[in-house]
Design a protein around this ligand. Structure first.
Ligand SMILES: Nc1ncnc2c1ncn2[C@@H]1O[C@H](COP(=O)(O)OP(=O)(O)OP(=O)(O)O)[C@@H](O)[C@H]1O
Ligand SMILES: [Mg+2]
Length: 589
């Protein structure tokens, strides 16, 4: 586990209740208000009783007015406390969730890629966006519905007990039976809800896969199969929904009927007590009026329990992420003014954490001098990108060490080191925002002039100026779509802005037409001047000027030298050149 000062703290609460308790400093105000809100209306039952037992026999109209006045006053208080309490609680919850989300995202920045490789992006997104919502909904329900209801029910029950303990006892005895019956139904509904949720997840999962792969599905002419597959999930979900509705209908009716039965029992027992002269009409009336409120907590409990299981699951899933110990192991803190770009791989072995027994790099010994331009070539899967990932410290070597400017990675502050590197990937990612926003991602404080200069050097300005709003054109998800070559030139402009001592280019010029390739190659040559450059290339034409070519095969360095030497040697590289050379002027150097 990392001990860097920046490392996020674990979520100390083990359970949801613990989390609530840990946040008590923020929640007590809302809780206090909901307590007041319940207490404010509790005396209403007693006011009813007074009205019938005292005011009516005395034919005292003024007393009725007076009691009504009290009643209205209490209602007004209840109203104020409710609104105020709900607001205060919602505010505190919202704050807690903002913190929870930022903790999740913060943690993502520390998790090792070995762990992230095993997580589905959708699942991580769900933790960030949906699980926090579910926890919030649950906590809000507890604080703003369940607890006030319980307080309200209990306080009314106490007043009823004071008014007539015998009738209260009758009520006290049937409530558990009622709660048990509800629970039995609830368990079945719970099960059905769970099944429906699984079916829904299955459906959305399948649908999102097919919808995002629409292009693939249609270009393969596999619409029928996708349709059938989706219909199956859809039908399954529909079946679960029907079953769910059926149970809900049974349950809803049961709820109504059983409540009426309880009312009947209380009424009948009360009437019998009244005949015996043990209870006044006013008290009986107070019982009938108070009954729904006493039953309230049970209803609240039932509606809470479903949310509780969902919320608890979400909390656990968030906790699992925040408390995950699979963080990057870099603990160094060393920084320098600027890297000179000297890189040494010393007997590096590497296997991805997801497949620990499969060595992807074997005994890599490689030393790159400042300013040197090294090209990595080799068949697909030979470990070229992996080598770059290791240099960036995205993964740690299984054995051996990587030295940067003579200092092992473990001593560097690797986050700082990454800011000294710039990476241009083949599929350059754009964030949504304008062209300027995307360029400034590399350096937030760059001036407009610097942006333009970088774009010019990257051969990107010419196409940027042709966009509807120039540099202010929105790109990405909700903006214009740029071609692969245009995106790549933006990525190069980004790298220029960053002005890094070390540059990593992963297949930067593959799959482009000749004109784009030439523009990009030019931009790259400009960018490469005066830096250490590691190029990973499939198209061998782009690396003729590299000072050294490293040939990888199955994770081993099998050849090393400059273009001429390697071709002259007639080894694996020369054979690669021969197969790729389809007529242009490669070998005529
Ligand atoms: N995140 C990962 N987890 C597990 N294995 C991986 C991961 N990334 C790559 N590999 C495996 O490591 C090996 C080397 O992959 P790498 O991406 O380094 O190849 P490459 O030389 O860059 O190939 P290409 O030219 O196709 O980009 C492959 O066998 C690949 O399956
Ligand atoms: Mg690769």
């Amino acid at each position: 586990m990392s001990a860097t000062p920046l490392a996020p703290e674990a979520l100390t609460a083990r359970t949801l209740a613990g989390y609530l308790w840990g946040s008590r400093d923020r929640l007590w105000r809302g809780f206090g208000l909901s307590l007041l809100r319940s207490l404010a209306v509790a005396p209403c039952a007693w006011l009813f009783q007074r009205m019938i037992d005292v005011a009516v026999p005395a034919r005292d109209t003024f007393a009725i007015l007076q009691l009504s006045g009290w009643f209205l006053l209490l209602l007004a208080l209840h109203y104020v406390f409710s609104v105020w309490g709900a607001h205060v609680t919602a505010q505190a919850m919202a704050q807690m969730m903002v913190e929870m989300r930022s903790r999740i995202f913060f943690k993502l920045q520390f998790l090792s890629f070995g762990y992230l490789d095993q997580q589905k992006t959708g699942r991580l997104l769900a933790k960030y966006a949906f699980d926090t919502q579910k926890v919030e909904a649950l906590l809000y329900n507890i604080l703003n519905q369940f607890l006030p209801n319980v307080l309200y029910g209990v306080s009314i029950f106490i007043i009823l007990t004071i008014l007539n303990w015998r009738l209260a006892l009758v009520l006290g005895l049937i409530i558990p039976a009622y709660a048990l019956a509800k629970y039995y139904f609830f368990a079945r509904i719970q099960y059905s809800n769970h099944a429906a949720r699984l079916a829904q997840e299955q459906l959305t999962g399948t649908a999102s896969e097919y919808i995002s792969a629409l292009r693939l599905v249609r270009s393969f002419g596999e619409e029928k199969q996708a349709e059938a597959d989706l219909d199956r999930s859809s039908l399954d979900f529909a079946r679960q929904r029907i079953h769910q509705s059926y149970l809900n209908a049974i349950f809803g009716t049961f709820w109504y009927v059983s409540t009426q039965v309880i009312a009947l029992v209380v009424m009948a027992a009360g009437a019998w007590l009244a005949i015996r002269g043990d209870i006044s009409y006013g008290t009986l009336f107070a019982f009938v009026a108070g009954l729904p409120i006493v039953l309230g907590p049970i209803q609240a409990f039932v509606s809470l329990s479903e949310q509780f299981f969902i919320g608890r699951e979400s909390f656990q899933s968030i906790k699992e992420l925040i408390d995950s110990t699979y963080v990057e192991q870099w603990q160094g803190s060393r920084r320098a003014d600027r890297l000179s770009g000297d890189i040494v791989f010393d007997a590096v072995n590497f296997a991805y954490p997801t497949a620990p027994e499969q060595l992807v790099l074997h005994q890599i010994n490689l030393s790159i001098k400042p300013g040197e331009h090294v090209a990595l070539v080799g068949p697909s899967g030979s470990g070229k990108s992996t080598l770059a990932n290791l240099l960036l410290g995205l993964y740690a070597a299984s054995r051996g060490q990587i030295f940067i400017d003579g200092v092992p990675q473990s001593e560097w502050d690797m986050r700082w080191v990454r800011r000294q590197l710039a990476v241009v990937l083949q599929d350059s990612l754009l964030l949504s925002g304008t062209i300027s926003d995307n360029l400034r991602f590399a350096r937030a404080d760059a001036t407009d002039d610097e942006l333009r200069q970088a774009a010019q050097q990257a051969n990107a300005e010419e196409f940027i100026l042709r966009l509807p709003n120039g540099y202010a054109t929105a790109v990405g998800e909700r903006g214009v779509t740029l071609s692969g070559g245009q995106r790549q030139r933006l990525a190069i402009a980004r790298a220029i802005l960053r002005n890094p001592p070390v540059l990593i280019l992963d297949e930067a010029t593959s799959a482009l037409d000749y004109q784009s390739e030439r523009l990009i190659q030019e931009a790259l040559d400009r960018l490469a001047a005066g830096r250490t450059v590691i190029t990973i290339a499939h198209r061998l034409s782009t690396i003729r000027n590299a000072s050294r070519i490293i040939v990888l095969e199955a994770g081993r360095i099998i050849e090393e030298g400059d273009f001429r030497t390697l071709v002259a040697r007639g080894g694996p590289f020369a054979r690669m050149v021969a197969t790729q050379n389809t007529g242009d002027d490669f070998l005529q150097l």
